[in-house]
Design a protein around this ligand. Structure first.
Ligand code: F6P
Length: 559
């Protein structure tokens, strides 16, 4: 788009801007008294999910105008282009085909002359063979003992997706197999890894090196520490050639889009899993990067996760915009950010299994849409991705809800909860207790969104309240209910947010599939590390950086 054709000049945007002036002072509670049936009018169901958007500060006509905006941005064509494998990642000139990773085997998707589906399923078959070998107790370390601990070394998309899903689906661990515990080490300072290295047995520990680029210093630093740890303990520090080879073969799996770099590092080609440049890091849990998930829950459950995401892909492509879950979720966000100036967004799952969901979404949303130039390189004259953060809702109630209820910031909230839980707990007494806890949690979820909406009026009283006990309400929120949290509904939930991000990026005319904003920091950090180590070149830096380096050097010198 050129400056004059930018979306904020479009007729629908202009109408929305005028409409927003009327809506800005309308309190949410009054929208509920205007006419009945608001929940039904603003709620949609699909793919095991119920999406209630009635607690947004909008009316029917608002939604009609937003849908018009989506049509003006040619959203339906954009969805088809995404899923057909066109080069939607403009700055890197390639497709963004995470949806291809969850196509069923009988599907076909020809991208630039080649059907990508057979390759996708070949990788899944190779993952399956690895998972089955581990679960049969047949994946043995260099000394012949079966592997018991697998540590994923990766960061960003090579960590957060597998970590989040592995935790969310912990109930789905197969019981009748050789048990393998899955762990994650991501931080470049080695904190998590250092802990594992004191506790795990090198003879029974397998490392999965997950890195699309295979150049990420965080992951490679952890990997080299792990390799030395194994070599020292199992191969006489590398002196024992035969054992060294066995260590490299039996204790490392590599997952990357760069096979030559994996080989150079020493990963045995038989233990390399590949994925493709057209899969973005934060969209990659559906393929080989999902190996830790498959090791935790088994391949059948992993395939169910893919099936749930594929259900959502079809819903996204085939459902009219007015009933389309990702589209509606995205439009609520656009309305808040661009028209009501609500620029903070909190993710609040009411289910401990979704503990890492907010961290996962932080990368998905902010690395994708934290952009300020359009696809044509123009500065966006409108806001894009809000600041997004979150925490388990019940715990956040005892931490930052104070700000949501009485602070000065407008915040959009997503409440997420499963409708049913604990049906499979065998012991009846424990099941009854846990079901009561689930009921309590659901009640809190529904109550909190109600108080955020109504403020004081959730509990009418004739007694005047002092100002420090007043709640103004009017905070918009979405409530997203899963029938149950299963591999299938989780797949659909994640894909829902992936597509929401895409819809928003399409309307904002930005590229959600690149992340150039992380590159400069990496380059400067590498230069700084050289100065820190060599103590040369600091004079070229700014005064603060020089001062901080001095503090470190003085501490190193014991002065
Ligand atoms: O630096 C950001 C980033 O490139 C993310 O986009 C990515 O998920 C993460 O680093 C890890 O990258 P890789 O998988 O290439 O190690």
């Amino acid at each position: 788009m050129t400056q004059s054709s930018m979306i904020h000049h479009s007729p629908a945007w202009q109408r929305l801007a005028v409409h927003a002036d009327e809506m800005r002072d309308v309190h949410l509670k009054s929208l509920f008294t205007e006419n009945s049936g608001r929940h039904a009018r603003f709620t949609r169901r699909g793919v095991g999910l119920t999406l209630d958007l009635s607690k947004h500060r909008w009316r029917d006509e608002t939604l009609s105008m937003l849908l018009e905006l989506a049509r003006e941005a040619d959203l339906e064509r954009a969805i088809a282009r995404l899923q057909n494998g066109e080069r939607v990642n403009l700055s890197e000139d390639r497709p963004a085909l995470h949806t291809a990773l969850r196509l069923p085997p009988e599907a076909s998707l020809v991208v630039e002359g080649e059907d990508v589906v057979p390759d996708v399923h070949e990788t899944l078959a190779r993952m399956q063979a690895m998972v089955e070998k581990c679960h049969a107790g047949q994946w043995r370390g260099a000394t012949g003992r079966p592997i018991t601990d697998v540590v994923n070394l990766g960061v960003g998309g090579s960590d957060l997706g597998p970590l989040m899903v592995t935790h969310a689906l912990a109930d789905y661990r197969p019981r009748d197999v050789h048990q393998v515990d899955i762990h994650f080490a991501s931080t470049m300072d080695g904190s998590q890894l250092a802990d594992y290295l004191t506790r795990f047995n090198p003879a029974t520990t397998l490392f999965v090196l997950s890195s699309k680029s295979f150049t990420t210093i965080d992951t490679l630093s952890n990997a080299s520490t792990a390799r030395d740890w194994l070599m020292t303990r199992l191969a006489d520090g590398g002196q024992d050639t035969e054992m060294s080879e066995l260590v490299m073969r039996q204790h490392f799996i590599g997952v990357s889009a760069k096979p030559e770099r994996m080989s150079e590092w020493g990963i045995d080609p038989r233990h390399q899993l590949r994925f493709w440049e057209w899969v973005g890091g934060r969209y990659s849990l559906w393929g080989a990067i999902g190996l830790p998930i498959a090791l935790a829950v088994g391949m059948d459950n992993f395939r169910e996760l893919l099936a749930g995401a594929h259900d959502m892909d079809r819903h996204f492509r085939e459902t009219p915009l007015e009933d389309n879950l990702p589209v509606l979720l995205a439009l609520a966000g656009i309305w808040n950010v661009n028209f009501l100036d609500v620029r903070a967004h909190s993710i609040l799952p009411y289910d401990g299994r979704l503990e890492y969901f907010a961290s996962y979404l932080e990368q998905l949303e902010m690395e994708s849409n934290g952009k300020s130039v359009t696809n044509d390189g123009e500065i966006t004259p409108y806001s894009t991705c809000p600041v997004l953060w979150g925490q388990l809702g019940p715990n956040a109630q005892h931490a930052f809800y104070q700000l949501l209820h009485q602070g000065t910031q407008a915040v959009e909230c997503d409440f997420i909860a499963p409708v049913r839980r604990y049906d499979r707990v065998e012991d009846p007494a424990t099941r009854a207790h846990l079901k009561a806890q689930h009921r309590l949690t659901l009640a809190n979820c529904i109550a909190q969104s109600r108080v955020l909406m109504l403020g004081d009026e959730a509990l009418p009283s004739d007694v005047p309240r002092p100002s420090h006990k007043r709640y103004r309400g009017n905070q918009p929120s979405t409530t997203l209910l899963l029938d149950r949290l299963t591999p299938r509904t989780l797949g659909a939930l994640i894909a829902l947010y992936e597509h929401k991000v895409f819809v928003q990026a399409t309307l904002w005319d930005i590229n959600p599939f690149d992340q150039w904003g992380v590159e400069l920091g990496k380059q400067i950090a590498s230069e700084t590390e050289q100065i820190l180590a060599s103590r040369r070149g600091a004079e070229a830096l700014d005064d603060s950086s020089r001062g901080l380096l001095d503090v470190v050097w003085q501490a190193q010198d014991g002065t």
